[in-house]
Ligand binder design. Structure first.
Ligand SMILES: NC(=O)c1ccc[n+]([C@@H]2O[C@H](COP(=O)([O-])OP(=O)(O)OC[C@H]3O[C@@H](n4cnc5c(N)ncnc54)[C@H](O)[C@@H]3O)[C@@H](O)[C@H]2O)c1
Ligand SMILES: [Zn+2]
Length: 365
């Protein structure tokens, strides 16, 4: 078992290895009646060939393919998947393998957890975002009525298999999307890691490898202490109150450019670091350097001021909030997060303006 790193999650294991035989070993140790691999059109083409040899006979497994994209992460797709599982006579001893990014992991995890009151599933993340974030921690679910992740359950996969070889075919824009979650991990976890992140090159595999392992550890350690997001886990929401709202807004406005999850989170990280200066006396020099670092990696996304109220409306509907208040995780300093901070609408507007100014006028705070 050389070269296989095994990390304990709260109820199973995360394996980090470039050897796909770890999957075979897992399957041999767990006798499943049927194996179903869920893919999208891209992961079928680019990722399935890398692991297909680990499945003994072709009769032993079946493949279900869905269209890629967030717009398919909904209950309609779930119904199709439940029907297919039922037609294929999947039983309680069947295993669903989620081979793909966060969309496949979220929907597959939810479908598996609800089919016949729950069948086992494993995650084989194929995007950077899914490796360092979505595949870990047991959050599964789908979008409904244009609200992201509003239907779902907490259910950990039986195992997660991280293999960096999948990233070879992943478009650069998707790599950057995942990198936003790595930036978030640095900002909430520790200054040393943050410094490593700012100096790392994403095109250098060994440096990327270090970031992936460290980010998995950070996320996993937080989830283990608070699997159902009662308190501590909320620190992972840094950047996500505003980020999610912008992501939802972009998803529902066909006349604006589409945004990837991490691209929206990158904007959220700038805005919420700005709010941290207002509410927790976060250092303004650090704010400007974080914002400029993010600016050096991500393109500008224009949000008209006339759309700010729409964003607030989306934030109020967010499942993290109650009593019409908007709940934030902010940071006192790099590595010192604080949860349950309520920010005023006028300060949120200022944060959105700060984002706009730093990109378009180089105006720092
Ligand atoms: N459950 C969680 O804790 C959690 C955390 C963060 C994000 N998410 C969710 O994850 C989703 C975003 O995940 P994502 O960024 O992985 O998006 P994704 O699953 O849509 O994948 C991005 C694109 O890359 C393609 N792709 C995947 N792997 C590839 C590969 N190896 N080579 C080439 N193409 C490949 C996919 O087909 C897709 O077109 C969102 O729905 C978000 O809400 C969930
Ligand atoms: Zn995220």
């Amino acid at each position: 078992l050389n070269n296989i790193k095994k990390i304990k999650s709260y109820s199973s294991n995360i394996f980090i290895s470039e050897k796909t035989s770890v999957i075979k070993t897992f399957l041999q140790n767990n006798k499943y009646s049927k194996i179903i691999i869920l893919v999208d059109n891209n992961t079928k083409r680019y990722c399935l060939p890398l692991i297909i040899d680990e499945f003994d006979e072709p009769n032993n497994f079946e493949i279900i393919e869905i269209e890629s994209g967030e717009e398919n992460k909904n209950i309609k797709t779930c119904i199709q998947l439940w029907s297919i599982l039922s037609q294929k006579n999947a039983d309680r001893k069947s295993l669903l393998i989620n081979l793909g990014g966060g969309v496949i992991g979220d929907i597959g995890g939810f479908v598996a957890s609800t089919f016949k009151r729950g069948i086992h599933f494993i995650n084989i993340p194929t995007t950077l975002l899914a490796m360092v974030d979505a595949s870990i921690g047991g959050k599964t679910g789908v979008d409904l009525d244009n609200i992201k992740n509003i239907i779902g359950v907490f259910k950990e996969p039986q195992a997660v298999f991280i293999n960096l070889n999948f990233l070879k075919t992943l478009p650069q824009r998707q790599i950057l999307s995942g990198f936003a979650e790595i930036i978030k991990h640095g900002l909430i976890a520790n200054k040393t890691y943050w410094n490593t992140i700012t100096k790392s090159s994403l095109s250098d595999n060994s440096q990327l490898n270090i970031l992936i392992k460290e980010s998995i550890n950070i996320k996993n350690n937080i989830v283990k202490k608070d699997p159902f997001e009662k308190d501590l886990r909320k620190i992972l929401n840094f950047g996500h109150t505003i980020g999610h709202a912008i992501e939802t807004f972009a998803l529902n406005n066909s006349n604006t450019d589409y945004l990837l999850h991490g691209e929206a989170i990158a904007i959220g990280l700038i805005c919420e670091t700005f709010l941290s200066t207002k509410y927790l006396e976060f250092d303004t020099k650090d704010l400007n350097s974080i914002a400029n670092f993010i600016k050096s990696k991500y393109n500008y996304y224009h949000i008209n001021q006339s759309n700010y109220p729409k964003l607030i409306e989306i934030m109020i509907k967010d499942k993290k909030n109650h009593d019409d208040k908007i709940n934030f995780t902010l940071i006192k300093s790099i590595g010192m997060p604080e949860i349950n901070i309520y920010c005023s609408i006028s300060d949120i507007y200022m944060a959105l303006d700060y984002y706009k100014n730093i990109y378009t006028n180089n105006i720092e705070y």
